[in-house]
Design a protein around this ligand. Structure first.
Ligand code: ADP
Ligand code: MG
Length: 702
């Protein structure tokens, strides 16, 4: 029976929220199975999308199937064979036939597969067709049982395959899903109709039905497009709204961008900026000049010269008569700023100071006093910058380097030391654009792709080294030291661990000093050492009294000793691509080219592909895209604090175009109707907040 009046949104949400246990066909045991699938409501059931489809709409007779085809075939199980050609090898072959031909499904070392089939039953195999010994075969095909009786009824259709669990057959799950989709089918679409028209999208109800039960694959694709757009739009609305709250609703400081300090700084720079640097400086100063608070991210590989760009922003602050804070994730890096940017600021007549956790009480009090009085214009430092007793006279610019090492809260804490201060975050982690727009969608972006020394061949070569060539690799270190150069040895662990079979920095430092480089001076740098210990070894390494520095990834972040030309990375397969890339950026920074040797024992195809990629490519953004493809966004950003919203339909790899549409639409909507309070936007706003409440709560905290 059709309803005459359309149900309200309240009704709609109520129906989505009904317990799945109350849905049609769900008895106690099915309800338990659903719980195991984390399906609690009718809405969860509706959003339990198939993870693949078997396209039976156009099943080819086996005689028409060719090697190289990737498709779904059907047939009856003719014979099941288990072969044991060698003691450690078993091969299961399941031959299926139709009236025209025969095809083998083949499984290696999965003897239980033989028990999964019965002769005579009707099955579908999906996979890539190969030909061996004159037979068509599929290795490890995806299998769907079509059943004895009902099998043929699926022909001519696309069969969705939903993830299921014990106690719930795929057929039953399909029935439950179909009924749940019917249940919510007549609720009104939350997407404003003009957006649907603009992008030619299915209505929500058509999309939900077609996502689960498409008539053909083209329909499944269209359904997915609509649902992926929904997801991206809802997320981008949260980000756009957050951006609006930060940059539009509060007036910020309009900086002076053509003053004398900036002119002196430009004078003092010992080099001409690259085109990318010029563009980035222009974008940043443009933001700073505006009375809208800046919210920008500067992305650039190690060595692309982000610091020089940042220095321009600092000078504009000096010309404005306000203050800037520049926060680094480690003390080593904060000290490096002071040492490298400090002299430039001195030349430009801009006062600065350094504040770190290891500063003694008296000098610390002096620094704080000068910051509070406004005497000090630029303050470099670590987390120490956001401590309670640090009070600025008038902070108008917060720069956060390697922001992925800080949480959102810490970024905010620094910004809130000022009133609507401009914010610039910098990162050397080459984040793929799609990821940046999702994870940091509230930020504008500036990219540095060129390297100042970048002309000609890459300055760092990367090689994969097998275990048997360890001695040759050590010889390379020795020869570099003989020529007056230095080397890093990077380990994945600080201490030995029983659980993780990998070399530790502690043990390697001892072993190398005793057994391998007894004639050289070996140092150790790990995150577990105290800051003074770390600074001490860094100083000795920089002075050249340490030849070989054994370290963990603490050196990944910005450590800069131009005399280092060789880096050995132990257990390289344990590192992410972006991380390996960051690490190798630590060598060859001076006048000598660098050489990176990866000791790796990749055990999976994925890690082999990653090792090959890092050897083959020197472009950080290309590697980052590859990392995203291979490992997914969560892994790539580091599980602990990746802060990525969960996307269930949209893919950051394949939906880049849709992401751009959604982002533009979201910004337009929020510009017109910042709180989505117009009648035609209310359902959309409710849906967006329901899905990504995090993205919206930032607004209130930001
Ligand atoms: P990042 O912070 O992006 O890793 P840095 O700002 O430390 O890079 O710059 C790397 C090195 O290149 C530094 O020694 C810096 O002085 C130098 N540098 C930066 N910009 C230029 C340029 N335009 N021309 C020449 N050298 C540059
Ligand atoms: Mg401004």
């Amino acid at each position: 029976m059709r309803r005459v009046s359309s149900p309200s949104r309240v009704e709609r949400l109520a129906r989505w929220g009904r317990p799945a246990g109350e849905a049609r066909f769900v008895d106690r045991s099915r309800a338990e199975a659903l719980t195991r699938l984390e399906i609690e409501t009718v809405g969860d059931l509706v959003r339990h999308f198939p993870f693949r489809y078997l396209d039976l709409s156009d099943v080819r007779p086996l005689i028409k199937v060719l090697p190289g085809d990737e498709l779904t075939v059907t047939g009856r199980v003719h014979r099941i064979t288990v072969k044991r050609p060698r003691p450690r090898l078993s091969i299961v072959e399941v031959a299926i036939t139709d009236s025209t031909g025969i095809l083998l499904g083949v499984w290696f070392n999965q003897p239980y597969m033989a028990d999964r089939f019965q002769e005579g039953e009707h099955v579908a195999f999906a996979g890539r067709v190969e030909q061996e010994y004159g037979f068509l075969q599929m290795k490890n095909p995806f299998v769907e049982k079509l059943g004895r009786a009902e099998g043929p009824s699926y022909l001519g259709r696309v069969l969705p395959v939903h993830r299921t669990t014990e106690g719930l057959t795929t057929n039953w799950l399909r029935r439950l899903v179909a009924s749940a989709v019917d249940d919510v089918a007549d609720v009104p679409d939350f997407l404003p109709v003009n957006l649907r028209m603009r992008h030619g999208l299915f209505s929500e109800r058509v999309a939900l039905r077609a996502m689960h039960f498409p008539r053909d694959m083209a329909e499944a694709t269209e359904a997915r497009r609509r649902l992926a757009y929904d997801e991206l739009l809802c997320l981008q609305l949260g980000l756009a709204s957050r951006r609006h709250a930060i940059t539009v609703e509060r007036p910020g400081i309009a900086h002076v961008i053509d003053g004398p300090a900036l002119a002196r700084l430009r004078e003092a720079l010992p080099f001409a900026l690259t085109d990318d640097q010029v563009a980035a400086v222009g974008e940043i100063l443009g933001d700073m000049k505006s009375s809208r608070p800046m919210n920008r991210m500067l992305l650039g590989d190690v060595g692309t010269g982000k610091t020089a760009v940042a220095a321009h922003a600092l000078a504009a602050v000096a010309d404005t008569g306000t203050q800037a804070a520049m926060m680094a994730p480690t003390e080593v890096l904060a000290v490096q700023y002071a040492e490298r940017v400090g002299p430039l600021l001195d030349e430009a007549g801009i006062s600065w100071a350094l504040l770190t956790g290891s500063l003694a009480a008296k000098p610390r009090a002096d620094v704080l006093a000068d910051v509070a009085s406004g005497e000090t214009i630029v303050l470099f430092g670590t987390h120490a910058l956001i401590e309670k007793d640090v009070k600025y006279q008038r902070l108008s610019l917060a720069i956060v380097d390697e922001q992925h090492r800080f949480g959102v809260a810490q970024r905010l804490a620094l910004r809130q030391k000022g009133t609507a201060a401009d914010m610039l975050v910098m990162t050397a982690t080459p984040i793929p654009r799609s990821l940046a727009l999702t994870r940091f969608g509230d930020l504008e972006t500036s990219y540095l792709r060129q390297r100042p020394h970048g002309e000609g061949e890459p300055r760092v070569s990367t090689r994969l080294v097998t275990k048997t060539h360890r001695d040759a690799a050590y010889e390379e270190v020795r020869s570099a030291v003989r020529q007056g150069r230095q080397a890093y040895v990077v380990c994945a662990l600080v201490d030995e661990s029983d659980a993780l079979q990998a070399r530790s920095a502690n043990a390697e430092a001892r072993r190398l000093q005793r057994e391998v480089f007894s004639d050289l001076r070996v140092g150790l740098l790990t995150g577990k050492m105290t800051p003074p210990e770390r600074l001490d070894v860094m100083r000795r390494f920089r002075d050249g009294t340490v030849d070989v520095l054994v370290a963990t990834t603490v050196i990944e972040v910005g450590v800069d000793v131009p005399n280092v030309t060789v880096m050995l990375i132990e257990d390289a397969e344990r590192f992410g691509l972006a991380q390996l890339h960051q690490l190798r950026g630590r060598v060859g920074r001076g006048q000598y080219p660098g050489s990176v040797l990866l000791f790796a024992d990749p055990k999976t195809d994925e890690s082999r592909t990653r090792m090959k990629a890092v050897v083959a490519t020197t472009d950080g953004f290309v590697l980052a895209e590859e990392d995203l493809r291979l490992r997914g966004a969560g892994q790539m950003m580091g599980e602990a604090q990746h802060g990525l919203p969960e996307l269930t339909v949209a893919s950051l790899i394949n939906d880049a175009d849709l992401l751009d549409l959604a982002r533009a639409d979201a910004r337009e909507l929020i510009a017109d109707d910042p709180h989505l309070s117009m009648p035609e936007h209310i359902p959309l706003g409710t849906e967006a907040k329901r899905r990504f409440s995090d993205a919206w709560t930032w607004v209130s905290s930001g």
